[in-house]
Ligand binder design. Structure first.
Ligand code: G6P
Ligand code: MN
Length: 447
């Protein structure tokens, strides 16, 4: 099996490779090709992987390339985890939104729209090369905004592109533990869009255990989402929202904490990772140890402003361990390659799973996965408030796709203006002007 990793110089690649090293099963990945536009980052990550593989028998062979077609040719699976504009671009997304007084998160609100506008055309370019060079490969899309990017690629690859995210699994695991249940045994009723979903039930032995959790304030205070949203609000919702919904339900508090912060998340990660890649290039000491230190610091500070706004304290030890992101990817590959049936929460075309949306809308829902791909399972309808948000944000995504397709500035302004977290059409217009000025990748918006 050949796996191509696009964004192969990316910081989280060692997590994926680590998961592959632990896979001893038949039909496992034996060859990994890392593709990236930045040769320096590629060689740094290749050094980390070489240290990971040292002494491991049967470790997948690793090669690197800056030629996309070379990477794709002969691949069985393609992981796409690129960051168009880099962390410098992310920092600009955040800063420009904050200057306009609106949220500038990586995937949420104005920041997510700016990121989507510059990522979709690049993802579509990759999908076109895939269709030409590796039409039988499966694409696992990690590239954020993951739901939107998966939908853009699905226009060219149909159901051979599947989007993944670790946040629903992490939520399911935390809720199961808070209930004293085994996460592996629990059936999770979670639906929505990527970074915009709700856990509405958790089944053990055919019984929904969520009502028991909602009735137990101490248990609700024992995990991340319980502390972020507060027991009363969770009871009002009758569901546990994805942590990214903190930006919606507590927008004012989250914004205030961002304004107070010394640096935005993107700027922090940019500085941190620049330090890491430079240290590896200088060649002092172990690249793997430098990577591990950097990773630990990154994990510990994840969503720090939101936790601070909520008075939620530090992240739990169990949330700092690796295992989310790469485990979903590996489970998905295995289920397809070995026809090992699995139920996973994935980003796929809706068909009829969510009645509020059309068949081609990419949604994040539980799917049955086998050698024929990921099949969304029908779910009970979303509550009215959730359907409202999901439809509003999907309408925004559709404007981004239209803008990327046509180069229309009008569509881009509509994307910003229709977002529930952008409070004026005037703000939307100024955001587009500022983003277009900051990002060369938006030069295509000319019409
Ligand atoms: C979660 C999300 C990802 C996101 C990641 C890193 O795992 O599901 O989509 O990329 O967090 O966030 P960070 O702010 O550390 O880059
Ligand atoms: Mn995600």
């Amino acid at each position: 099996m050949k796996l191509a990793i696009l964004g192969g110089g990316g910081f989280r690649v060692p997590l994926v490779y680590g998961a592959l090293l632990g896979d001893r099963g038949a039909g496992r990945v034996t060859r990994v090709v890392l593709y990236d536009v930045d040769a320096g980052r590629l060689s740094a990550i290749a050094r980390v992987l070489a240290e990971q593989a040292a002494g491991v028998g049967g470790a997948p062979e690793v090669t690197v390339t800056t030629d996309l077609d070379d990477a794709l040719r002969g691949a069985d699976f393609v992981f796409s985890a690129i960051r168009v504009g880099g962390l410098e671009g992310r920092a600009a997304d955040e800063r420009i939104a904050l200057e306009e007084g609106v949220l500038g998160q990586e995937t949420v609100g104005a920041g997510g729209i700016a990121y989507g506008l510059r990522t979709v055309p690049v993802a579509v370019g990759i999908a076109r090369r895939m269709a030409a060079v590796a039409p039988d490969a499966w694409v696992i899309n990690f590239t954020n905004p993951a739901g939107l990017v998966t939908e853009a690629m699905s226009h060219h690859l149909g159901d051979r592109v599947i989007g993944i995210c670790d946040s629903p699994v992490g939520l399911g695991r935390r809720v199961a533990r808070a209930l004293g249940a085994d996460p592996e045994e629990a059936g999770i009723d979670y639906v929505g869009l990527n970074h915009l979903g709700w856990l509405r039930g958790l089944y053990v032995g055919g019984r929904d255990q969520l009502p028991r959790l909602l009735a137990d304030s101490a248990a609700l205070g024992s995990f991340e989402e319980g502390r972020l949203f507060g027991a009363d609000w969770l009871r009002s919702l009758g569901a546990i929202p994805n942590e990214y919904l903190h930006y919606y339900y507590y927008n004012r508090e989250a914004m205030a904490a961002e304004r107070e912060a010394k640096q935005t998340r993107g700027a922090f990660l940019r500085d941190q990772q620049t330090g890491f890649y430079e240290a590896v290039a200088r060649g002092v000491g172990s690249a793997l140890e430098a990577w591990e230190r950097t990773r630990a610091e990154r994990e510990a500070t994840y969503m720090a402003e939101n936790r601070e706004a909520a008075g939620a304290g530090e992240r739990a030890e169990s949330d700092l361990e690796p295992g989310g992101y790469e485990r979903v990817a590996l489970a998905l590959m295995r289920a397809i390659a070995r026809d090992e049936r699995a139920t996973l929460i994935l980003n796929v075309r809706n068909r009829t799973a969510l009645s509020a949306l059309d068949a081609d809308a990419v949604v994040e829902v539980p799917c049955l996965v086998d050698a024929n791909g990921a099949h969304p399972v029908a779910v009970t309808p979303l509550a009215g408030h959730a359907a409202g948000l999901v439809c509003a944000v999907k309408a925004v995504e559709r404007e981004i796709l239209a803008a990327a397709d046509s180069g229309s500035r009008e569509a881009a302004v509509k994307a910003f203006a229709l977002h529930p977290l952008v409070d004026s059409v005037g703000v939307a217009r100024r955001l587009l002007t500022a983003y277009a000025g900051a990002h060369p990748g938006l030069a295509y918006l000319r019409r």
